[in-house]
Design a protein around this ligand. Structure first.
Ligand code: ATP
Ligand code: MG
Length: 462
């Protein structure tokens, strides 16, 4: 790509000249005024274009070559300034979605209300959005509590900055010039490690209460401090989260739990007394004294898997979050004289039915959650053919990970976990040696009815 290389060389020499100027005159060139924004040069912020993915650069290059403004925006710029690797790159432009689509070969318009364009290069997708403006509460459609229901107006770059949530999330980066355009002193806030709401925090939380959750999640994830004016209204406004559609809360909850910093997020919510009523799911997590250790171990395990780049499954996490509820119901039913497996089935159904109304966990996760729970008692059976049958089930690995968490939290005997760790890696001779005498568990009876698919582990992962 000769064009980009030329750009790089040009920029390299530019930065050399700046360094020379700095040496000669003893200071970095000051931020320049760009309209009402500050332009912060590479010499100051030190984020080189090589931090931007090739695809995102191709998108901004392509749009600029076609005569449009185009910048990398939002979380990616913030993460690069903080020295973190961005999850993905979003681009903002003054081109309309139709105009964006015409510039690229593989691009498609998505979204009904506010249209975005997904531009694809190889397996990377860059999300391109047209600058838009926030609508004032009095011109926008809101619910009875002031939550904005529609805000789909195009706008200019300055308006696009103002509609974003935090100053740190409102920076525009131009890969061609390596300049950052900053309307809200986000650069200074990032350097001071402060997450600050743009505008009046109360107004912004009322417009969109999910911003309260974003504040806590981003602060935990990025190790930033929420500034006092932005944190203060949360305590009295958290009730507004009740009016947010469940599906949106659920998405945010999932982001929080799968952020790689779930434990830090939860601790932060708790330290601020924000967990009560903030999200029903969090109440479940934090208010089970017996299960707390297990839940914390599960969150820690998820954070670790994310840090190691391993896949994580929401169903596994939900199964963990609800396990102690299931356990309590299961024990109660057994104490009342029900047979163990029948009691477990009933307990699972009870808990899922009770939580469904509260938690909005989509039904699509039920199968996997139930399967993980149902496989737990089968780890106890270590005689005859049973362990071999368990080992070959598609869900064995996840169920075994679940068992290890139970052992770690002290709910299951660690010896059981160790036995399965050794058994699955042992050779045939050692496995036979390890088998325990049949413990009198009822022999598998021939039944006419086929056992449920969930117990057989025949279902797809998610
Ligand atoms: P993450 O790294 O977790 O993706 P992010 O800040 O990039 O964090 P996104 O949900 O990807 O979060 O949002 C992209 C950008 O859109 C944000 O940086 C912010 O500028 C803006 N944004 C997202 N949600 C809101 C919101 N509820 N209100 C205002 N602006 C928002
Ligand atoms: Mg993002």
């Amino acid at each position: 790509m000769p064009r980009r290389r030329a750009c790089r060389d040009l920029n390299y020499s530019e930065s050399m000249i700046k360094r020379l100027i700095k040496r000669v005159f003893g200071k970095v060139s000051p931020a320049r005024q760009v309209g009402r924004a500050q332009g912060i040069a590479f010499a100051q912020h030190k984020v080189g274009r090589d931090g931007i993915s090739d695809s995102a650069q191709r998108v901004t290059d392509g749009l600029q070559a076609a005569g449009f403004q185009a910048y990398v925006v939002g979380g990616a710029v913030r993460d690069l300034l903080l020295g973190c690797k961005p999850k993905d790159f979003d681009v903002a432009t003054n081109a309309t979605p139709e105009q964006v689509r015409r510039v690229f070969r593989r691009a498609r318009i998505i979204g009904r209300r506010f249209k975005l364009v997904h531009v694809m290069f190889g397996n990377e997708t860059v999300e391109v959005s047209t600058f838009r403006r926030a609508m004032e509460v009095d011109e926008a459609e809101t619910d009875a509590h002031g939550r904005i229901l529609r805000d789909n107006e195009f706008g200019d770059m300055e308006q696009d900055a103002a509609r974003r949530d935090f100053t740190a999330n409102a920076l525009f980066y131009d890969p061609a010039t390596q300049e950052i355009i900053d309307y809200h002193h986000g650069y200074d806030d990032i350097r001071a490690n402060v997450l600050r709401m743009i505008g009046d925090p109360e107004v912004r939380y009322r417009e969109d209460p999910v911003r309260m959750l974003r504040a806590v999640r981003l602060a935990a994830k990025l190790g930033m401090k929420i500034d006092s004016a932005s944190v203060a209204p949360i305590a009295k406004m958290k009730e507004l989260l009740r009016n947010v559609p469940e599906a949106r809360l659920f998405d945010e909850m999932l982001k929080l739990l799968l952020s790689g910093h779930a434990l830090a997020c939860i601790k932060k919510l708790r330290a601020k007394g924000l967990h009560h009523g903030l999200l029903p799911m969090l109440d479940v997590i934090l208010e089970q004294p017996m299960g707390e250790k297990f839940v914390m171990a599960a969150l820690h395990n998820t954070d670790q898997r994310i840090a190691e780049g391993k896949p994580t499954s929401p169903a596994f996490l939900f199964a963990a979050l609800l396990w102690h509820e299931v356990l309590a119901a299961w024990n109660a039913k057994q104490a009342a004289g029900e047979r163990p497996i029948a009691a477990l089935h009933e307990a699972m159904d009870d808990v899922l039915a009770r939580q469904r109304a509260q938690l909005a966990i989509p039904r699509r996760y039920d199968t996997v959650m139930k399967e993980l729970w149902l496989l737990q008692p089968r780890f106890e059976q270590r005689g005859g053919q049973r362990p071999f049958r368990l080992l070959v089930l598609p869900r064995f690995r996840a169920a075994y990970d679940f068992l290890l968490l139970r052992c770690e939290s002290g709910e299951a005997d660690p010896v059981l976990g160790e036995w399965w760790t050794e058994f699955q890696h042992a050779d045939e001779a050692r496995r036979t040696e390890m088998l325990q005498p049949d413990n009198g568990a009822p022999k598998k009876r021939r039944r006419r009815k086929k056992p449920s698919a969930a117990v057989q582990g025949e279902l797809p992962i998610d």
